[in-house]
Design a protein around this ligand. Structure first.
Ligand code: COA
Length: 274
């Protein structure tokens, strides 16, 4: 366990878990936490073989979002300080979105503003049924910024996104599942087990393939079909080269021997390095 001022980081083989750790402040993200988050992402990259990053909160909150006092009120009078303070946050939001490992938000409680942003930019999310989400920005006079509107637009339908942006109403984990913000909502006492189950599934896959699958999805959702097909072809050759043709030499060879059915399970990577 690496203990930073406001974050604990656990790296266990292919899985890294980031614990936001300001429980007394509902894990509000203050300037120190934004710096620690960048440091945590550095450490995960340096570890080299992390395939899955789980982000969660200590205590009863995932995150109550940006620290309204330390990030906004206090530095406001000094425009340079305000800019620099918030830039550190914006940088790690962009970085987490583009992170090569699969990112999972494990939403254990309150998730407001920036908490919804982090939930929304992670690739996958599992929440406690009783977690409470809200785009509360409208309640203090602004719109969801820093990527939070993007997160809403890319996870909810248009009507639900605008509803939550304009009203600031809260939604539970169960509602977040219904409206697409999280993949699954489970009873609070099953959150660890449900997340572990998902992680175990993902770590069996080739990390290069996982990273490229994310890239291809993100690229292809904004282009037309011919452009998507061309991109797929180029990325497939890149994948083949980067993995030593693992899909042909290992995965499809195992299929040829009928040692597994790809429709129902994944190939064994026991014979390859990582
Ligand atoms: N920024 C700064 N401080 C925050 C915070 C935030 N985003 N969210 C919570 N805190 C602080 C509270 O001010 C309180 O501090 P104090 O002990 O010094 O008084 C402490 O965390 C505990 O919060 P409290 O409000 O007492 O807990 P609660 O369980 O009654 O309510 C929330 C939890 C999350 C509903 C409530 O704290 C809240 O509305 N927070 C703001 C959420 C928000 O609008 N986030 C958007 C930011 S982009």
């Amino acid at each position: 366990m690496i203990e930073l001022d406001t974050i604990n980081l656990e790296i266990d083989g292919p899985t890294a878990t980031i614990y936001l750790n300001r429980p007394d402040k509902k894990n509000a993200m203050n300037p120190q936490m934004h710096q620690d988050m960048n440091q945590a992402l550095d450490a995960i990259e340096e570890a080299g073989d992390v395939k899955v990053v789980v982000v969660t909160g200590n205590g009863d909150s995932f995150s109550s979002g940006m620290d309204l006092e330390e990030c906004f009120l206090k530095p406001y009078e000094d425009p340079q300080l305000f800019y620099r303070t918030n830039l550190v946050a914006l940088n790690w939001f962009k970085r987490l979105k583009a992170f090569p490992a699969v990112t999972i938000a494990k939403v254990n409680g309150f998730s407001f503003g920036g908490g919804v942003l982090v939930t929304g930019i992670c690739d996958l999310a599992i929440a406690s049924e009783t977690a409470l989400f809200g785009l509360s920005e409208i309640n203090f006079g602004i719109f969801p910024a820093g990527g939070a509107s993007w997160a809403a637009a890319h996870n909810f339908s248009r009507k639900q996104a605008l509803y939550y942006i304009l009203t600031g109403d809260t939604l539970t984990g169960a509602e977040a599942e219904k409206y697409g913000l999280v993949n699954k909502a489970v009873p609070a006492d099953q959150l660890d087990a449900a997340t572990d189950k998902l992680v175990r599934k993902l770590v069996k896959k080739n990390p290069v393939t996982l990273a490229l699958a994310k890239q291809v999805y993100e690229h292809n959702r904004t282009v037309d079909l011919p452009a998507a097909i061309d991109y797929d072809q180029a990325k497939l050759w890149e994948l083949s080269r980067l993995t030593g043709n693992e899909w042909i030499n290992v995965a499809l060879k195992q299929f040829e021997k009928r040692s597994y059915q790809p429709g129902l399970s994944t190939y064994s990577r026991a014979e390859v390095a990582s």
